[in-house]
Design a protein around this ligand. Structure first.
Ligand code: KIV
Length: 282
C-alpha cells in the first residue's frame, strides 16, 4: 500500500485475491498511535474499547461521541500512515439517519478517515446514509459489545447453523449498503471463513480464526497493559502492566533510599554562582 492508507486501498486488500493480511490495532492517544503506526499497522482503530481499557468502565456503553472525538483528535494529530477508523459509540447511530450522519461527521472532523458501527441488517439505512454523505463505513458483526445486555454477556456468536446463516445474510446486507470492510468478532473460525468467502470486502477478525482477511487486537491486551481478563483470542506480546509496576516500584525505592536523584539528574549552577543557586534549572 502507498503512503497513507485509504478506504479504497483497504477494500482492495482481499486475501482471497492474494494480498497480505491486514493488521489493525487500537490506539486512543498520541503515544499509542505513534507506537502502532511505527510498528507498521495498516489501520488504527480508535475503538470504543477505550471505555474499558482506558476510562475504567465495565463495558463500552458509557463512552460518548465527544469522548470518541477527543481520542480521535489525539490519534490523528500524529499524522499516522495507518488509516484511522473510529467507533461510533452506542446510541449515536440508533435513533435516525440524520443523527447518525451528524455524529459520524464529528468523528470525521476530529480526524477519522472512516467510522465503524455494530450490527447487521438493521443498520443498513444508517450505512447507506453515511456512504451517501461520503463517509467510509466499516461494519462489525458477531459479538457486538454494544449489545452486551441483549446478548446476555460477552459470548461467542454464530455457533448454531441458523445463527451462522444469519451472520452471512447480515454481512451481505452490509456490503450491499456500502461497507468497505467488516470486523468479525468472536465467531467460530469456520463461520468466519464462510463470511470471508461470501463477501467481496476484507473481513478483519478478532477471535474469528485465521481465515479472515486481516486481524485486529486491542492494544492494551496485546501489550499486557490490561491483564485483568484474558479472552481466549488474545495473544500477549509483552507484559507492560507488570513491567510498569516494577519500574514505578524501583523509582519509589530509589526515592525512599535517597538513590534518586543522583548527580546526573541534578542541574549545576553556572561557574561563579553562589552555592545557594545549586539545584535551580540552568
Ligand atoms: O472497540 C474495539 O476495540 C473494537 C475491536 C474489539 C474490534 O471494536
Amino acid at each position: 500500500m502507498g503512503t497513507r492508507v485509504t478506504a479504497p486501498a483497504v477494500r482492495a486488500c482481499k486475501v482471497a485475491r492474494g494480498s497480505t493480511p491486514l493488521v489493525m490495532v487500537t490506539a486512543y492517544d498520541a503515544p499509542t498511535a505513534r507506537m502502532v503506526d511505527d510498528a507498521g499497522a495498516d489501520l488504527i482503530l480508535v475503538g470504543d474499547s477505550v471505555a474499558m481499557v482506558v476510562l475504567g468502565h465495565d463495558d463500552t456503553l458509557s463512552v460518548t461521541v465527544d469522548e470518541m472525538a477527543h481520542h480521535t483528535a489525539a490519534v490523528s494529530r500524529t499524522s499516522p500512515r495507518a488509516m484511522v477508523v473510529t467507533d461510533l459509540p452506542w446510541l449515536s447511530y440508533h435513533l435516525s439517519t440524520e443523527d447518525t450522519v451528524r455524529n459520524a461527521a464529528r468523528l470525521i472532523r476530529a480526524g477519522a478517515a472512516a467510522v465503524k458501527l455494530e450490527g447487521g441488517r438493521r443498520r443498513v439505512p444508517m450505512v447507506e446514509a453515511l456512504v451517501d454523505a461520503e463517509m467510509p463505513v466499516m461494519g462489525h458483526l458477531g459479538l457486538t459489545p454494544q449489545s452486551v445486555h441483549a446478548l446476555g454477556g460477552f459470548k461467542v456468536q454464530g455457533r448454531r447453523p441458523e445463527a451462522a446463516d444469519a451472520l452471512v445474510e447480515d454481512a451481505l446486507a452490509l456490503v450491499d449498503a456500502g461497507v468497505f470492510a467488516l470486523v468479525l468478532e468472536a465467531v467460530p473460525g469456520a463461520v468466519a471463513r464462510r463470511v470471508t468467502e461470501a463477501v467481496p470486502v476484507p473481513t478483519i477478525g478478532i477471535g474469528a480464526g485465521p481465515a479472515c482477511d486481516g486481524q485486529v487486537l486491542v492494544l492494551h491486551d496485546l501489550l499486557g497493559l490490561e491483564d485483568r481478563v484474558l479472552p481466549r483470542f488474545v495473544r500477549r506480546y509483552a507484559s507492560l502492566r507488570a513491567d510498569g509496576t516494577a519500574a514505578v516500584g524501583a523509582f519509589a525505592a530509589d526515592v525512599r533510599s535517597g538513590a534518586f536523584p543522583g548527580p546526573e539528574e541534578t542541574y549545576e549552577p553556572e561557574p561563579g554562582f553562589g552555592v545557594e543557586a545549586s539545584g535551580l534549572p540552568a
